[in-house]
Ligand binder design. Sequence first.
Ligand code: NAP
Length: 259
Amino acid sequence: MDLGLKGKRALVCASSKGLGLGCARALAEAGVALVMNARGAEALEAAAADIRSDFGVDVTTVACDVTTADGQAQVLEAAGDIDILVTNAGGPPPGMWSDWDREDFIAALDANMLTPIALMKAVLPRMMERGWGRVVNITSQSVRAPIGVLGLSNAARTGLTGYVAGTSRQVAHAGVTINNLLPGIHATDRAISLDKGVTEAQGITMEEAKAQREASIPARRYGTKEEFGAACAFLCSQHAGFIVGQNILLDGGGTNITM
Ligand code: NAP
């Protein structure tokens, strides 16, 4: 299917690895020029070089922490007028409700709620003026079915979800869509670190932790960054203009709900 994205321009945050990289690669494959971002310059440059050589699109890199005001200013300056924004950042650490203080919540809100909101606020006016735009926020299955040890993530991401529910409906008339992609467990560094937490809590091996988690997923496997990226590229495509304000689970059936 031709996604109709050739010649468009996207900012994909937190995209040197994992799900962000999956989105960047799928957009590049559709002919989209990219601004890519991550804190670590080495992995970012390597990912960008692969994309240039695999897909022949322009890629600009911005090595910075996108959850800071300075980082946001840097990525926005490099991005200029973009057609597509994919927001993403690392997730907050797991823990117990009794561990977290105000500062922990502020950090989680900054990273996983206020950063995507600030980026949207910056790019939406020009997208609306030009009559076309796509925003995809990478959130988590935890907004549909909260995960106990991820209380900081649950709190921050449901805040973003509420914001998107209202804002997406205020901008849709101008040809701009905002949707959230909700990953269940995917085979990335984040999954490795979550599995490591299980090995420590339960005294089991990494293989056992992975097998235990896979057994709880109807698809009996972890998702891949490639299939996640393909879903993102479709949401950004010309065919997805009527998909507005949705929270789309990519979780192998792991979230046991009807709607
Ligand atoms: P990942 O494999 O650890 O990759 C994270 C990427 O984001 C890396 O490129 C990392 O590069 C970059 N990054 C992290 N913090 C950043 C920051 N502050 N500023 C700029 N770049 C940053 O993670 P992932 O699995 O792709 O997860 C992406 C998001 O989805 C996370 O919020 C995660 O919590 C959520 N999620 C993931 C899963 C899963 O199973 N994988 C499930 C549910 C939700 P640097 O470290 O160099 O900055």
